[in-house]
Design a protein around this ligand. Structure first.
Ligand SMILES: Nc1ncnc2c1ncn2[C@@H]1O[C@H](COP(=O)(O)OP(=O)(O)OP(=O)(O)O)[C@@H](O)[C@H]1O
Ligand SMILES: O=P(O)(O)OC[C@H]1O[C@H](OP(=O)(O)OP(=O)(O)O)[C@H](O)[C@@H]1O
Length: 218
């Protein structure tokens, strides 16, 4: 009998990790070791199910999946859109819900209405470029930042920002508002196109089980 190869999952560190592990547990896929926050171990193996898991920085998840170093990944839709990698997005997992928005001081609305050449600060230059150029047909200057994006319009770096809004409290506490919504976001499952063909049966079974769990919880 042919040896079953390991299916490898790249999971996202940070906000999505807990819910991803909980969902896997509902499938009977447990990985106690991964929950140990003090551990420096990077890869975890479930011998019985022939599965491997590792946690990486969100933006690296599509890279591991595109190159086939991971067969499957779980990551936010924002990260998938920004990365533009050749991966199949196969499932909306329904958690990690938030929105990509254009935000700024309330009086910055006029820059959008008049299609002015403004500066847009963001951690997501590709999403911002696509939205301003292809959707709005507005020429802008995009400034890439790595975090605390809300600072940019406050200190005069940019007129607006493109960033994630979940509860809206960061905007509120900094005197900013949503000026326009770019797209809704949530955690997605992605698959390497070659793995999709080679491991079709196992991946299909996994997706079937996940869909029934998600339907039950909806
Ligand atoms: N309030 C939120 N802020 C940021 N991301 C959120 C929020 N709510 C849900 N998400 C989703 O969670 C994903 C992972 O969030 P996380 O905070 O781990 O990443 P990050 O902010 O890109 O990481 P880092 O803080 O290391 O730069 C995001 O890509 C997004 O899809
Ligand atoms: O609408 P809210 O619930 O306030 O959440 C949105 C905030 O959370 C994220 O920042 P994060 O905490 O990831 O830090 P960062 O600014 O360093 O990216 C995002 O970039 C917003 O700043």
């Amino acid at each position: 009998m042919k040896d079953t190869r390991y299916l490898t999952f790249a999971l996202c560190k940070g906000r999505l990790a807990k819910q991803t592990l909980e969902l896997l547990e509902e499938l009977g896929i447990t990985c106690e070791e991964m929950k140990d926050k003090d551990s420096r171990k990077l890869i975890f193996v479930n011998e019985e199910l022939k599965l491997k898991f590792f946690l990486s920085k969100g933006p690296d998840v599509p890279t591991y999946v595109e190159y086939g170093a991971a067969d499957i990944g779980v990551v936010g839709k924002d990260t998938i859109l920004e990365a533009g990698k050749k991966v199949h997005e196969v499932l909306d997992l329904g958690f990690g819900k938030c929105k990509m928005c254009v935000c700024g001081p309330a009086d910055a609305k006029k820059y959008l209405e008049n299609h002015e050449l403004i500066r847009v600060a963001t951690k997501y230059p590709n999403i911002a470029k696509d939205y301003f150029y292809n959707t709005r047909h507005q020429t802008v200057e995009i400034i890439k930042l790595n975090g605390s994006i809300e600072l940019a319009p406050i200190v005069g770096l940019s007129e607006v920002i493109v960033d994630i809004v979940e509860t809206g409290s960061t905007l509120k506490e900094n005197g900013l508002v949503v000026l326009d919504e770019v797209c809704p976001l949530s955690a997605r499952m992605i698959v390497n196109p070659v793995s999709m063909r080679l491991e079709n049966d196992r991946i299909k079974e996994l997706l079937y089980k996940l869909r029934s769990i998600l339907k039950r919880e909806a």
